[in-house]
Every structure is written in C-alpha cells, then in structure tokens.
Design a protein around this ligand. Structure first.
Ligand SMILES: NC(=O)c1ccc[n+]([C@@H]2O[C@H](COP(=O)([O-])OP(=O)(O)OC[C@H]3O[C@@H](n4cnc5c(N)ncnc54)[C@H](O)[C@@H]3O)[C@@H](O)[C@H]2O)c1
Length: 312
C-alpha cells in the first residue's frame, strides 16, 4: 500500500518508516524537518520537506492510508506558540482529513496523546472517560480527535492515545521522561526530578510503532485506543534509572500537575502485545551512549531547539 506519514522525520516516524518499508509498503514521508532528517534513502521511500498546513500541496493520489504524526509535540513547546500549535494540530488535521475523505483514502491513523486525560484519580483510565486537557497541546489534540471522528463514515479513523514514549530512535528525543532521566544520569551522574509523585504511563518506541502497524493491518479496528503499559511515578522512573546508572538524585518542585494512569485493555483485546519495557529502554540507551551512538545534542531537546528556532 502507498502510505503518507506526516511528521515522518520525527522521533517516532524515524523508527516507523523503516518498518513500513520492510513490510513492502511504499511510503511518502512529509515533514517540515524542524529537527532535521534521519531517514535513510530507500527505493520505495519519497521524502518531502513540506508543511501539513499547506494542504493544497499534499498529493494524495494513490494513497491508501495516512499515519498523521506531525505536531508541535509536547506541552512546553506548544505553549511557546499556541497559534502554531492550533494551526498544525487542529486546523491542518481537519483540512488533511477532509482532503483525504474526498480523495478516497481508506484509513486515517492519528497520533493523539494520553495527556488529553489531564489529571485523573481513577485507577483505570479507559477511553470512555471524560477528557480534561490542561495545556494548549492537550486541548488541540482533543479537538483534532473530535474532528477526525466526524469523518468516520468516510474512512477508517483510528486514533491512538500514546503514553510517553521511551527508547532509542536515530532522531532522538531527550525531553521525554525516561530518556531525559537516563541521559542526565549518563552525562552528569545527577538526576533532577520535578515533583516526582505524578504518575504517567509509558510505552517503548518499538511498541508504539508496532501499534501503528497493528492498526494499519486491521482497518476494522476503528475509534480510540489507549497505548500505554507501565504506569509509573516520575520518582519510580528516576529510581529505576539510578539502579542501572550511578547518579545522585535531586527532587525539586514541579509546575506540571498532569497525572494519570491509562488502561490499555481495549488495545490488548485486539491481540496487540507489548514486547518491551522501560527497563529495556534504559538498558538500550545506556549501551548506545557507551558505544558513542547516542549523543546529547541540542536538537534532541524539543523545547531548547524550538526556542532557538523561534528566536532566529
Ligand atoms: N513521543 C511521545 O512521547 C509522544 C506521546 C504521545 C503522543 N505523541 C505524538 O506523536 C506524534 C509524533 O511525536 P514524536 O515524539 O515523533 O515528536 P517529534 O517532535 O520528534 O516529531 C514531530 C515531527 O513533526 C514535524 N512537524 C511539525 N509540524 C509540522 C508541519 N506543520 N508539517 C510537517 N511536519 C511537521 C516535526 O518536524 C517533527 O519531525 C506527535 O503528534 C506527538 O504529539 C508523542
């Protein structure tokens, strides 16, 4: 199948695209390339440096499925420029969905976020609970989900609410919790934990990219799916890192109240099985750092890099 992946040069896309190619698909990778491009050339891969907001320029001829990953991809970056966030996450998603439905695209897979739940006391946060998004990032994701569901009669709409992702990608993100705490321990032998009590679900990058493949193979699975398998407090993650990499730990106050644990039974009931853990991610990152493959670069910290770009 010919598949359009937006945000394809990002952390997830850089792991997902080679998996799609391995399975014999033809891939069009569209990305504005804020963080560069780490995808390797392949005869069935077309890489386009472009903006999803320029929907008229997106060629959907022959596209059977869209995996829509492009967004300003975390809370602090979204707060830097809320207008940009809404234009990309909500408006461009609506325009892309509308164009896809008219072009006869059969399947639309969307990377929403587990953070749409906001703060939740419930032990089992399932897909049917009301959403209380707190930040611009979460609010725009929630609106995009609702827009997409309105196209469910035209194409298979599959929305994933991923947990925080961990593990290695050639386009690395060192601003997500497990990766951030691990790189701090590796580079400074000191971990700074903001708050610590907040509970967040986690998912390994190999598993989240496998979730997209799982849904791609099963267009009959429509609607919303949580995807997160280890609900851990930030302090617990820090302790797991500390158990593997020698480091001191400092706990400082946090201004980020988001705390929730997700239940992914709906996804598990479709036959999906996660194969990796937070512990695997910490081990892999540590080995790659020691081998010199993983480096602490500014462009791997989304907020630092976006600030730098906006200042320019
Ligand atoms: N990584 C996580 O922990 C996580 C968790 C939940 C949801 N998500 C969602 O998954 C998706 C992918 O996240 P990621 O971790 O790979 O983030 P990322 O920042 O590494 O990748 C996002 C990519 O989108 C591109 N992009 C941004 N605006 C664009 C535009 N207007 N046109 C074209 N490309 C554009 C960026 O250049 C970047 O390469 C995002 O939508 C994110 O919100 C990520």
């Amino acid at each position: 199948m010919k598949i359009l992946v937006t945000g394809a040069c990002g952390y997830k896309g850089t792991v997902l695209v080679p998996k799609l190619l391995e399975r014999g698909h033809e891939v069009v990778a569209l990305d504005i390339m804020w963080f560069g491009n780490f995808l390797q050339p392949h005869p069935r891969l077309t890489i386009i440096e472009g903006d999803v907001r320029d929907v008229d320029a997106i060629d959907l001829s022959g596209i059977g499925a869209i995996i829509h990953l492009a967004s300003v991809a975390n809370d602090p970056c979204s707060d830097l420029d809320p207008k940009l966030t809404w234009e990309i996450s909500a408006l461009a998603t609506m325009q892309l969905a509308d164009k896809a439905a008219k072009a006869g695209v059969k399947q639309f897979i969307y990377a929403s976020s587990g953070s749409v739940y906001g703060i939740k006391e419930e032990e089992q946060v399932t897909e049917d609970l009301p959403l209380f998004p707190i930040t611009e990032y979460n609010k725009a994701k929630m609106v995009a989900e609702r827009v997409l569901l309105s196209y469910a009669a035209d194409m298979a709409v599959q929305i994933v609410r991923p947990a925080t992702v961990c593990g290695y990608s050639p386009r690395m993100r060192l601003d997500v919790s497990v990766n951030m705490l691990t790189i701090q321990a590796l580079t400074n032998h000191r971990i700074t934990v903001f708050g610590g009590a907040q509970v967040r679900p986690n998912i390994h990058i190999e598993d989240i990219t496998d979730v997209y493949l799982h849904l791609l193979d099963r267009p009959e699975l429509q609607g919303i799916y949580n995807a997160g398998f280890e609900n851990l407090s930030i302090l617990t993650i820090a302790e797991r890192v500390k158990a593997k990499v020698e480091a001191e730990m400092a706990v400082t106050p946090s201004n980020d109240p988001r705390s929730y644990r997700v239940n992914s039974d709906k996804l598990l009931a479709t036959g999906f099985k996660p194969r990796r853990t937070v512990g695997n991610a910490i081990d892999e990152l540590t080995s790659l750092y020691v081998e010199g493959v993983l480096k602490d670069e500014d462009r791997f910290h989304n907020l630092k890099w976006m600030r730098h770009r906006l200042a320019k």
